[in-house]
Ligand binder design. Structure first.
Ligand code: AMP
Ligand code: ZN
Length: 485
């Protein structure tokens, strides 16, 4: 264990922040609901990926890299996937069409989150590889009176669980009085939810004791978390919108099947990424995909590096909403450049521990916004000691500065930023950029500023930043370039 201050986490289950105490410090276990793979992930979906990656990194730091297990599932059975498969691949047999959609989307998701600096989870199970595990839980629930078969569906009997609704604090009576849920005639109670439903011939299906069918969404996570993390585990996460009904129903299934007091000890939920006060979502149509933001100029006429989006997210506490704006990205980009410029002051690679204040902030319910501020303060101090050089003992300042920079680099790494690695770029691409930079210089020398600016802007949109300067000897204009990361 590290000398990290006590880790405190806010628990949606208790609505309190309390000291985190793992069931087994040698194997801290976390489950996070992953994507439904039918379409590109939008940057709202990027938020839980980044937030829980941050928590994964912190847990690994505190308990040791080999003592944390992180499972994030892939939901690859869902009616939205069927619809997409039928739309995009009408000529293919259904199973192949579905596979074409889910494989492509899953690959895209992996590429997206890797660019956002997220580590791979320890396990990334697919729902379709866990159908047997699901049917086993459903059989148990029928066997112990918590589920019933009706009209081609297996349903969870919400009334059979005395304390159903603990997470969302919605007692069953309230749900019925509110009558927001349509009362289906075959349900015993309006809040009862599907564990299994029969499939028609043009829907994907698996054989089961209740006929060829497919699972409901909630049962997937109960089955996969049990398989990879056990009946009871430490942390369960996801976005705020999952509290009800998804997480409430996961809890009902798992607790009733395994006869446990809790499913996970700590439930954590990230706030929404918003656009003009509204949640970014597919249905609102106000979304930008991660891929579009990182690789096209759809947002503000330029592309944005994954690390910039990551920092933009971490500048706000995970439970607060984020209003997604151009200014936020610019601020993150400037902050990251400042850290990188400070990192360049490091004369030799030096190991340093993570800054204590940074750890303190992270240990306080993942206060990344404070950790980010602290990193900027360290970077400023490193520059300040640079300016002081020559006034007091030069060697002492030099040492102090090197320590500051090494601390900055180590602390930024814990947040998922590598300040030292230069992005590798293909030789042919580099030659082509050189040629465009040279053409711009010629235009500038010829006084054609409008055309020169066009080249600079196009390069910027591709993530290439130009730095103009003068040759120290000849006084001639020289331009260098670098890839923004
Ligand atoms: P979905 O694919 O819609 O099930 O979402 C995958 C994950 O992204 C879930 O944890 C959601 O809670 C989360 N999520 C979806 N939209 C947003 C948003 N606008 N802001 C933050 N998290 C979101
Ligand atoms: Zn889930």
């Amino acid at each position: 264990m590290d000398a990290t201050p006590e880790l405190k986490l806010y628990n949606t289950l208790t609505r309190e922040k309390s000291v985190f105490s793992p069931i087994d410090p040698n194997n801290v276990r976390m489950y996070v609901c992953g994507p439904t793979v039918y379409d590109f992930a939008h940057i709202g979906n990027a938020r839980p990926a980044i937030v829980f990656d941050m928590l994964f990194r912190l847990l690994r730091h505190v308990y040791g890299e080999d003592h944390v297990t992180y499972a994030r599932n892939i939901t690859d059975v869902d009616d939205k996937i069927n619809a997409r498969a039928l739309r995009d691949h009408p000529g293919l047999p259904l199973n192949e069409a579905i596979r074409a959609v889910t494989e492509k989307t899953e690959m895209q998701y992996h590429a997206d989150v890797a660019e956002l600096g997220c580590l791979e989870p320890s396990f990334e199970p697919r729902a379709t590889d866990n159908i047997v595990e699901m049917t086993e839980i459903i059989e148990k629930l029928i066997g112990n009176g918590h589920a019933y078969v009706a009209s081609g569906e297996v349903l969870f009997d919400t009334k059979s669980m005395a304390d159903y609704g603990q997470l969302s604090k919605r007692p069953l009576d309230e749900q019925q009085a509110g009558a927001r849920i349509a009362v289906d005639a075959h349900k015993k109670n309006p809040g009862d939810f599907v564990l299994w439903k029969l499939s028609s011939h043009n829907e994907p299906g698996w054989e089961s004791p209740w006929g060829r069918g497919r699972p409901g969404w909630h049962i997937e996570c109960s089955a996969m978390s049990k398989r990879y993390l056990g009946d009871v585990f430490d942390i369960h996460g996801g976005g705020l919108d999952l509290i009800f009904p998804h997480h409430e129903n996961e809890i009902a299934q798992s607790r009733c099947a395994h006869g446990t007091e809790v499913m996970a000890n700590v439930w954590m939920h990230n706030g929404f990424l918003q656009v003009e006060g509204r949640k970014m979502s597919k249905s609102e149509g106000n979304f930008v995909t991660i891929h579009e933001l990182l690789h096209t100029d759809i947002f503000g006429g330029r592309s944005w590096p994954g690390q910039v989006l990551r920092l933009a997210m971490l500048m706000t506490h995970y439970r607060e909403p984020i209003d997604f704006t151009w200014n936020k990205l610019v601020e993150a980009s400037n902050t990251l450049s400042k850290w990188r410029r400070a990192a360049e002051l490091l004369s030799t690679p030096t190991e340093a521990p993570v800054d204590v204040q940074v750890l303190k902030a992270l240990a306080n319910d993942l206060s990344t916004q404070q950790a980010v501020q602290r990193l900027s303060t360290i970077a400023s101090s490193a520059f300040a000691s640079f300016h002081e050089r020559g006034t007091i003992s030069e060697q002492k300042i030099e040492e102090e500065q090197q320590t500051l920079v090494a601390t900055l680099v180590a602390s930024a790494k814990l947040l998922g930023f590598s300040l030292l690695e230069k992005t590798e770029i293909d030789e042919a691409v580099a030659a082509e950029i050189d040629a465009r930079v040279k053409a711009r210089l010629e235009l500038l020398n010829a006084g054609n500023f409008a055309e020169a600016d066009k080249i600079r802007d196009t390069l910027a949109a591709e993530g290439i930043q130009l730095k103009d300067g003068k040759d120290a000897e000849t006084g001639e204009r020289v331009t260098t370039w670098e890839v923004e990361r």
